[in-house]
Write a protein that binds this ligand. Sequence first.
Ligand SMILES: *Cc1c(COP(=O)(O)O)cnc(C)c1O
Length: 382
Amino acid sequence: MIYLDHNATTPVDPRVREEMLPYLVEIFGNPSSLHSFGRKAKEAIEEARIRVAHLISANPKEIFFTSGGTEADNLAIRGIASYHKDRGKHIITTAIEHHAVLLCTDALEKEGFKITYIMPKKDGIVSAEDVLKAISKETILITIMTANNETGAFQPIKEIGRRLAEHNKKRTAKDRVYFHTDAVQAVGKTPFDVDKLQVDMVSLSGHKIYGPKGVGAIYIRQGSRISPITYGGQHENGMRPGTENVPGIVGFGRAAEIANSEFYKMKEVKRLRDLLERGILERIPDVQINGSQDMRLPTTTSISFSGVFSESLLAVLDQKGIAVSSGSACNSSSPSSHVLKSMELSKETMLSTLRFSLGTGNTEEEIRFVISATAEAVDKLR
Ligand SMILES: *Cc1c(COP(=O)(O)O)cnc(C)c1O
């Protein structure tokens, strides 16, 4: 079996699993308990917080564990909307966000918020200028992903952060425009520093960086004014109440630590991704790569195979033991992609697109096999 769907989820690193196991067996205490069982669990959570903070150059006090990237996105958006709604109800985002953002802003729109969806250029990247120009007196939040899950395209977070900081210069925590980024796909693959990027909030997820599913975190810059979206206790400083997912948090912490010390592995992943692309372009006529080819994740390529239904191609490749995706995992039931659509791809091209997303476990032998298998399959289907 060859797994090329790492943007949907990654396998758990054996070192992560190893670190989690004791917390599923003997160290079962409730982190809120005052006895030694509880204290051990609490210590493990605080160690994980330090590790996750380190991965994005944040202070551990600014990390709040959640059930994943989706909850982190919702907390950032709803949390700011709820705290600041009396001074403004305008939010700026993009048309290419993950559904965790888009369906959340949709819901807010129904509640009376005004949402501006910035369109990307044909390369899948929004312009910082367009984002800044959309700011009005009513704007309370800008939320833009760091890297897109379908094309891998990096968005100009640093430039937006710099220009927004300029805009916010004379404002306080009460009246500034907050900046959130969904960095679920970017962290662990590219260095990420909350101060250099000048972001206020960042969404993270464990299972996209070789950690477990069902755990993630939100970074919230100290001094930010934001409301929780659930109530129930003082866990995570009241920002995210509920008894902590201790094994998950421990695993996420270890995964963050490994990612932070093994960035060098991305060089090989990029080499294999480029090899895959070149192989496909050389072997198969009438194919195109979608989105920017320089400003993107080292792991990802979105390729359209003219005249072939991606669903059929996916099925043939699956029979050969190769796992790829025809869009994002979250809307694999609907064949058209809001991301590719916003990049002005024709419906035909959209329906003939596959996403290959590589990971640290893939080998050159696998990639060579995938190139021949894809060439054969496309030939047969055409
Ligand atoms: C996977 C993903 C999410 C959702 O994270 P979960 O932990 O699965 O809830 C959010 N945003 C992006 C860009 C993602 O790729």
